[in-house]
Design a protein around this ligand. Structure first.
Ligand SMILES: Nc1c(NC[C@H](O)[C@H](O)[C@H](O)CO)[nH]c(=O)[nH]c1=O
Ligand SMILES: CC(=O)[C@@H](O)COP(=O)(O)O
Length: 153
């Protein structure tokens, strides 16, 4: 089974609501390093908004051979139904990449009614969801590797 020190992991971060997403990314990176993932094996890329995260995750898997992806973003409700379209496309897009590639792609997209809810979840009183989702990706990478035998890819 693969060890954390051998894992290659992608982090896709949406720039939209960057004050929140940069904190999620830092939480994710710090958690992975604490768990033994090597900094040089973490590939972080930025995309404009949450809507772009599924394609970026797929490109990382197909071209950089990462064994898992942490997708990070913050969608905050506005006054139209735009929020619903972004949230539902992103969640089904990420799931689609995960299942078609058979590689864990975990959902670190905050879907909030207010900026305050987002702050609480990006290192505030509700923890850091970036770190939580990074932990989930790592667990799924190890699980996948154990189920596939000794293969690390
Ligand atoms: N409103 C939010 C967006 N909107 C932008 C989209 O994600 C996308 O970049 C655009 O529609 C072009 O395809 N993105 C967020 O991450 N958060 C939002 O609250
Ligand atoms: C994700 C959103 O709902 C948002 O940023 C867009 O705002 P609005 O619905 O007011 O256009």
């Amino acid at each position: 089974m693969i060890k954390p020190s051998e894992a290659k992991i992608g982090i896709v971060v949406a720039r939209f609501n960057e004050v929140i997403t940069s904190r999620l990314a830092l939480g994710a990176k710090n958690l992975l390093i604490r768990r033994g993932v090597k900094a040089e094996n973490i590939i972080e890329i930025e995309v404009p908004g949450a809507f772009e995260t599924p394609l970026a995750a797929q490109l990382l898997i197909d071209n950089k051979k990462v064994q898992g992806v942490v997708a990070l973003g913050a969608v905050i409700r506005g006054s139209t139904d735009h929020y619903n379209y972004v949230c539902s496309s992103v969640s089904s897009g990420l799931m689609n990449v995960q299942l078609t590639r058979s590689v864990p792609v975990c959902f670190g997209i905050l879907t909030c009614d207010t900026m305050e809810q987002a702050i609480d979840r990006a290192g505030g009183k509700s923890g850091n969801k970036g770190a939580d989702v990074a932990d989930t990706v790592l667990e799924m990478i190890l699980l996948r590797s154990s189920l596939l035998g000794n293969l690390s890819l």
